[in-house]
Design a protein around this ligand. Structure first.
Ligand SMILES: [Cu+2]
Length: 115
């Protein structure tokens, strides 16, 4: 009886591990769908200026030890806090010019133009 319980727990753990793996692999798929990548490094957005087409997606990746965010001056988008290695994507469905900053370090600036 006790052995069966242990096997049951082991199976549950295995299932949980599989479920977790599936989530991370779908995240990988989502990441590869980004049209452009902006690297956040040394308190700078690189590149700090991008021109994209309507419907295209940009991925921001934080490579700094510091926490950063990506926040549009016109409130069109705002990322959560990005820790080292975190990434965040946003799809631009509306034409226009979007200036953005890091909400934690407002001297960090970037711009996206959507054509
Ligand atoms: Cu920052």
């Amino acid at each position: 009886m006790k052995n069966k319980t242990i096997i049951g727990i082991a199976l549950l753990l295995l299932l949980a591990a599989c479920a977790k793996q599936q989530v991370s692999s779908s995240e990988t798929v989502a990441e590869t769908l980004a049209d452009f990548t902006v690297t956040i490094k040394n308190f700078k957005f690189v590149p700090d200026m991008l021109t994209v087409k309507e419907g295209q997606t940009i991925k921001w990746v934080n490579e700094d030890d510091a926490i950063h965010t990506v926040e549009a001056n016109n409130n069109a988008f705002a990322s959560p806090e990005l820790f080292k290695g975190d990434s965040w994507t946003f799809t631009f469905n509306k034409k226009g010019a979007y200036e953005y900053i890091c909400g934690i370090h407002p001297t960090m600036k970037g711009k996206v133009v959507v054509e």
